[in-house]
Design a protein around this ligand. Structure first.
Ligand SMILES: CC(C)(COP(=O)(O)OP(=O)(O)OC[C@H]1O[C@@H](n2cnc3c(N)ncnc32)[C@H](O)[C@@H]1OP(=O)(O)O)[C@@H](O)C(=O)NCCC(=O)NCCS
Length: 169
């Protein structure tokens, strides 16, 4: 198992194809996908497709979406990570948790440390975060971890708020 880093309460690691069941569970919840421009995952085949075609290819440059585990009982609760967007030449910060783990500060903790990891370990110059204008929880996270609001724009037909932060180190 490729561990990326730990935080006080969490451990982040790379996904593998053995996470198919977890991705299906996460991406089949309409509440989880409410503000996201992507289809529900309803079968193990679709989940495997997400892992092999979307998640695993991102790991080639040390970036990617990493599975989050709680350290107290090793439960997998979601993902957080950095994704390179070639079309805009941006490194995007993203996070997604199973609904049963919302509201405990886990997403903020994972996002804060992911930002630090990107700046200190990967020497990324600028990190971008976007959230649907009504996704209050996600916008709060971006603001709490020190991202700066840039603008509202339409991306993939969704109205989003865009935040960025430059590498302070
Ligand atoms: C976005 C998401 C990761 C947030 O998870 P979370 O567990 O609520 O996050 P945290 O507990 O770390 O904190 C979120 C902050 O937003 C607040 N918040 C949560 N839900 C809220 C809501 N519906 N309205 C207003 N504020 C809300 C929390 O109180 C907290 O702020 P605080 O620390 O000042 O109290 C989670 O809702 C999720 O996985 N959503 C689906 C995927 C998604 O939308 N990802 C983001 C894409 S841009």
């Amino acid at each position: 198992m490729q561990i990326i880093f730990e935080t006080p309460r969490l451990m982040l690691r790379e996904f593998t194809i053995s996470d198919t069941g977890f991705i299906k569970e996460l991406n089949s919840d309409p509440e989880v996908l409410k503000y996201l421009h992507e289809p529900l995952v309803e079968t193990n085949g679709q989940a495997l497709h997400v892992i092999t075609n979307i998640i695993l290819p991102q790991y080639k440059n040390k970036l990617g979406r990493w599975a989050i585990h709680t350290k107290n009982n090793n439960e997998c609760i979601g993902w957080c990570g950095l994704k390179y967007l070639p079309e805009s030449d941006e490194t995007d910060l993203g996070y997604r948790l199973m609904q049963s783990f919302w509201g405990k500060g886990y997403a903020t903790e994972a996002a804060r440390h992911t930002l630090e990891y990107g700046f200190k370990m990967l020497h990324i110059k600028k990190i971008t975060g976007r959230a649907h204008i009504e996704n209050t929880a996600s916008i709060k996270i971006l603001e709490k971890i020190g991202m700066q609001f840039q603008k509202e724009e339409i991306v993939d037909a969704c109205p989003v708020k865009t935040y960025t932060r430059n590498n302070p180190y």
